[in-house]
Design a binder for this molecule. Sequence first.
Ligand code: ZN
Length: 304
Amino acid sequence: MKLDDITQAGGPALDELVPSRYALRVGDIEVLVISDGVLPISGKTIAYNADSADLAAWLDDQFLPPDVLEWPLNVIVVRSGGRTILVDAGLGLEFPDFPTAGRMALRLQAAGIDPASVTDVVLTHMHMDHIGGLLGDGLKARLSPDLQVHVASAEAEFWESPDFTHTAMPAGVPDALRSASSRFLDEYRGQLRPFEKEYEVAPGVLASRTGGHTPGHSVVRLASGGDRLTFAGDAVFQVAFEHPEWFNGFEHAPEEAARVRIHLLRELVSTGEALIATHLPFPSVCHVAHAGNAFRCVPAVWDY
Ligand SMILES: [Zn+2]
């Protein structure tokens, strides 16, 4: 029996046995990491330009299965200067093929966060595992009508007519991404607050466009009282520390994505700031160090 079955049997899963939230502070800024669940992804998709023996060796070294792995999916809630900011929104409940993800609405509730109190959403990009939670009535109906949705203008423009020629996604995924992004633009167009390069959403909370993964992909940089943390979205994956040059099949401009990743990882080494990323194992908080020609992820101590 899985742990989920135990909690489901006792009623709604508001008190799941495994914690789905982790709180930390960056100076005066409050951060809550929330797990939306896990998504299956094929080993090939996380590194499709890697030599297959090298990839198999890496997966084996990480105690990961050789074919299909569980890909973590994290969102964060940030509070600063009286604003409550949701960064990305998980997968939502519209995709029945992924029953182990799409938990964000339930887990926000479990964390005591009223969706109506969310003042801003920042989207790192518009893939469905980052916007899906905002689609459908599950969460949307409970959000404030004054909600502002910040996304790079290059991202919103890209999804008007997306280009998949440089991706290596499983069959059917491009169509699902097209349809999720087009629904999202239809449903939220009036609330979109596009930014060009950077936008300070609240004191010390800066959305900053990197491009690469998608043309408008952005990271969120937090800075307060000498503390810093970067939410890297899909600029950094678990495999990226040892093999930053391996391409993820979801990257629309893979060579640029690798450049962005290496630049960001080098910067995080030099600043020593904390890193959280969408698809790093929950709660994902870590620091980055050099390791030979690549990097290593040093998990932060769970200090609760
Ligand atoms: Zn993603």
